[in-house]
Design a protein around this ligand. Structure first.
Ligand SMILES: NC(=O)c1ccc[n+]([C@@H]2O[C@H](COP(=O)([O-])OP(=O)(O)OC[C@H]3O[C@@H](n4cnc5c(N)ncnc54)[C@H](O)[C@@H]3O)[C@@H](O)[C@H]2O)c1
Length: 258
């Protein structure tokens, strides 16, 4: 099994993001936090955004050049305010990682409308709102990268995941459209679709026997580690990935081929 430390070492040495400004939503925990850490270690300046005010301390723990902003990605005014502040602080954003997400579960038959609306607002409208703020600068400079967190739930059905699956399938849709329209102007847009990742969100839905059954159904027989998702995000942001556009990179241990 690949150890997390090996992944971290490879990411540190493979890419040099010095002079690059990276904005990450949902950066106070889980995949977003690990991604912020790897970008920071690779020389980038990182703007961390999260609903949790603790994002400020998370950012300063990465080093003095990084900064945290409290934002609700589902609120257009909140996103516009924070995007203006980030652009004013760092001058531009070169890489956007649309990572903030929620995963409330309920049976399809009784799925509450409020839960549906909230999931779509955070997981799908959010990435649209954030991209809408940062893409114009990238397009004007004819250079940029947008990486959207989808999920294996974008391409398969999972019990209890009605709104989550819909929101993540929508992410593939907006990724395709942005990739089509923006790549001619130097901005590539891609999606990443993990299986269950060992974060608070992942483990809350896949604890105990449910988790054991899920792990057994994955050909690699384990869940993904946050660092494995972060490493792929850094790759998609790298010069080496310049020709990858409109892709949906499944990081699922082979689950969706079963
Ligand atoms: N963990 C998994 O199993 C898994 C699998 C596939 C895809 N994903 C996706 O990866 C992304 C990150 O997931 P994670 O496991 O790191 O989750 P997490 O719960 O650890 O982190 C998500 C972060 O998003 C923030 N957030 C939630 N709502 C927000 C809002 N309205 N505005 C701003 N920030 C908000 C949370 O405060 C949290 O810090 C999500 O989009 C998720 O759907 C996760």
């Amino acid at each position: 099994m690949i150890k997390e430390t090996i992944v971290l070492t490879q990411s540190n040495t493979a890419y040099d993001f010095a002079g690059t400004v990276v904005a990450i939503t949902g950066a106070a925990s889980g995949i977003g936090h690990k991604t912020a850490e790897l970008f920071a270690r690779s020389g980038a300046t990182v703007a961390l955004m999260d609903l949790l005010p603790s994002v400020a301390e998370v950012a300063s723990a990465l080093g003095p050049t990084h900064q945290g902003w409290t934002v609700d990605v589902s609120d257009a005014a909140s996103v516009a305010r924070v995007a203006n502040e980030i652009n004013a602080q760092f001058g531009r954003v070169d890489v956007l990682v649309n990572n903030a997400g929620i995963g409330p579960l309920a049976p399809a038959k009784d799925f509450p409308l409020q839960t549906w609306d909230k999931t779509i607002a955070v997981n799908l409208t959010g990435p649209f709102l954030v991209a809408r703020e940062f893409a114009p600068g990238m397009l004007a400079r004819r250079s940029g990268r947008i990486i959207n967190l989808a999920s294996q739930a974008a391409v398969i059905g999972i019990e209890g995941h009605l709104a989550y699956c819909a929101s993540k399938a929508g992410i593939i849709g907006i990724t395709n459209c942005m990739a089509l329209e923006w790549a001619p102007m130097g901005v590539t847009v891609n999606a990443i679709s993990p299986t269950v990742v060992e974060t608070e969100l992942g483990l809350s839905g896949w604890a105990g026997e449910t988790g054991d059954r899920a792990r057994a159904a994955i050909p690699t027989r384990r869940f993904a580690k946050p660092a494995e998702i972060a490493a792929a995000i850094l790759y998609l942001a790298s010069t080496e990935a310049a020709m990858i556009n409109g892709a949906n990179l499944l990081i699922d241990g082979g689950y969706t081929i079963t």
